[in-house]
Write a protein that binds this ligand. Structure first.
Ligand code: HEC
Length: 115
């Protein structure tokens, strides 16, 4: 009986410890680690080609490959993303259900990682 109680209180202590650790971690990360609004769309639809630079896609994170694209301006990039660039870049980056705003956010996410 005593042993059970001891184990139970140890579990409680362990849980409390884990809990406060988690809270501390997220508080420290707060603000700086906000999720970009385009990250989810990017991860689901654009990552497959743009992470590794498949078929000549400008690779996410490559300042060199993105600079000439960024220079065209955000509006131009949104337009080519909506229309696609045959043959490599499919219209809407294969996300037919994405709104123009979601595509713009996804582009902004890649651009923000690549300048
Ligand atoms: C099937 C592969 C593929 C997927 C999926 C894909 N892309 Fe691309 N993307 C490309 C390729 C290839 C190019 C380069 C086209 C070229 O310049 O010939 C490109 C170019 C671009 C460009 C540069 C356009 C310009 O005018 O220079 C943007 C912006 C872009 N993609 C955004 C996206 C977004 C946003 C998504 C996800 C919603 C996405 N792409 C998904 C292959 C892909």
């Amino acid at each position: 009986m005593m042993k059970l109680k001891l184990i139970a209180s140890l579990v409680v202590v362990a849980l409390l410890g884990a809990c406060s650790e988690g809270a501390g971690g997220s508080a420290a990360a707060g603000g700086s680690a906000e999720v970009h609004p385009g990250e989810q769309t990017y991860t689901r639809f654009c990552f497959s080609c743009h992470a590794a630079g498949i078929a000549g896609a400008p690779r996410t994170g490559s300042v060199e490959q993105w600079a000439p694209r960024i220079a065209k301006g955000a509006d131009a990039l949104l337009r080519t993303t909506i229309d696609g660039i045959p043959p490599g870049m499919p219209a809407r980056g294969l996300c037919n259900q994405c709104s123009d705003q979601e595509l713009a956010d996804a582009i902004d996410f890649m651009v923000s990682k690549s300048r």
